[in-house]
Design a protein around this ligand. Sequence first.
Ligand code: SAM
Length: 283
Amino acid sequence: MNKITSQTPSQCVVLPQATLTKIRKNILGLRETCERRLEDAIAQRMAEKQMGPASYLVFVKGNEIEQNLLKKMTAVEKTYFFRPQEHYELFAEELPKTIRRKGEALVWYPGCSSGEGPASLYIVAAARSTQTAEKTVIYASDLRKEAIDKAKAGGPYSSAYALLEKGDKAAEWISFAKKKGLFIENPRDDSFLLSSAVTSSIKYLTHDLTTNAILGAFDFIFCCNVLFYYKRVVQVPIVQKLFGALSRGGHLFLGDDDLKTISEALEGFKHERQSPTVIRRPL
Ligand SMILES: C[S@@+](CC[C@H](N)C(=O)[O-])C[C@H]1O[C@@H](n2cnc3c(N)ncnc32)[C@H](O)[C@@H]1O
């Protein structure tokens, strides 16, 4: 069935389902659940480029810049602090052990959206001690530059949404952050900013997990709620590369949607399962 997508009242583009599927599946490797957002993105790009579906298909094939743009337009940025709480609890437990063993801990949070996740990691480290925070080196990346720009600026975030996690431990960390002035609340509305103590301790960068190199020897990698956009054939090599970027004894935290991918990706790799979504590279 052909889909009709309108741009402006005077402009109407007919996008054949076959073209949409080809771009989603064969060119971008995205899952069917992304199709609605991708369809809007393609319609917008066809209108901007004044191209019909056939010429746009030729244009996007082999054009990495355009493919990246479509991926960025399709990605959604939903996130909040301490998501999910269990991952942060395990991090709080393992972080001091890593620092004792290695002198410092190297952490990477790819797909960080507007930065709530890596900031939560900093807060957890600071809640242990100032020294722990100083010895925790956090890198945070995302495919979308505008998300990284907001993360670097430390918000603003809406309290009602950003502090969604309701667990006891998250509540403790949130009250610690407020007491230490790490959250700067705006008295005029429900928003808040992160203090520069948090943002200046995190190294932010744009990075695409599907195309950029995945290297390093990280003690902790958090890649939650990111891979679900992609088909299994795209997810599996990313999980293998993330696992390969762990130091000995390092932990990889993945999302609830990644369970099947984890089993497929780590078949034949020596690993320990700390929980369904947390994998440890043996020491
Ligand atoms: C739903 S948000 C999840 C944010 C956070 N990880 C969390 O669990 O709350 C997904 C993020 O992944 C990013 N993303 C999608 N594809 C990516 C890729 N190929 N490389 C890096 N980031 C990507 C999106 O831009 C978006 O900010």
